[in-house]
Write a protein that binds this ligand. Sequence first.
Ligand SMILES: *Cc1c(COP(=O)(O)O)cnc(C)c1O
Length: 379
Amino acid sequence: MTSSILKPADDSRAWVEIDMSALRHNVRTLKSRLSPGCEIMAVVKANAYGHGAVEIAAQLRQEGISTFAVATVGEAVQLRESGLDSEIVVMSCTAPQDAGLLAAYNLTQIVADGDHARALDETGYKLSIHIAIDTGMHRLGIEPDNMAEIEGIFARENLKVEGFATHLASPDSLDADDIAFTRTQCDTFMDAVNALKSKGYNVGKLHMQSSYAVLNYPEFTCDFVRPGLSLYGALHGASTAKNPGLRPVLSLRARVAQVRWVKQGESISYGRTFLTTRPMKIATVSIGYADGVPRQMSGTGAQCLVHSQRAPIVGRICMDMLMLDVTHVDNIGSYDIVTLIGRDVADEIRCEEFAHRAGTITHEVLCHLGQRLPRVYLP
Ligand SMILES: *Cc1c(COP(=O)(O)O)cnc(C)c1O
């Protein structure tokens, strides 16, 4: 017996569609906003926010991007094994037990503090590193006034310092206090780096801006920006001062499994939370919370698109299925396509709307999309 991985048929129950032309458009749009000499370090952690890290990185490489960032050493190894020849920066804290992987796969590690640097150095592997400075996020990094700790890392025999990073806490806020805080974070970072420069250290490449900071603070000038979400075109519109004209890359679609009429006063789905207020035509759709449609979206009035019309989700979302009220939609039948995120001819549900209904942000929606959903790439 041979085993083979079957490609999903055209009538596959649910899938994620990735529009590579939208990705290319977003790269070009972001590039046009960068100051001369500044490049994109593309953030492709969490399977490129659910878009498929290997495919997305390969496409970005073709668009001229030559530096990538991931969260974990495992994500970096996957990209390297796929043939990606570019610099790959690992942003979260890699344990010394994995230092051999950093060296073998020629990865760049962001070190969190002096202890992290010491532990990596003591493994004996020769490693390329960037140093994280904590300018107010209080997540990873060394306090900028702790020059001795930073200089101690430069003195480590096996570590080569090739850059410095910080991370901004509120680049998506247009509130005056948050803007002031963000500017202070930037100044603090630059002051620390300049102090090191004046002591004769080569600080290497600098980077601090995630997506919202690229758009809201184009005047910050570093060697790299670190956008993730904006590459995928899934920003929250209210969080940027100007509409950058980015295009959503991802759509989430599923097929109708069954359509039936239900009498008035009947309950739909688990827990009997929804009762029909009139005879209702109900479509069962083959997608559920195991595919990344959050269960807490149940009962919120969240809608899907079918035949380009909006239809509300009724009753509790199940693990593999959910139900829609399609009373007003004519000619609907099994295998018809339902759009949960994306465009269906005349109407569109943005990831932002979907996230709002789920009580979260687009980042979380995208990285929770089910691993079992096939990713279909449109050129
Ligand atoms: C995830 C992450 C980014 C990218 O953030 P977006 O908001 O998706 O652009 C950048 N830098 C760091 C340190 C991150 O963890």
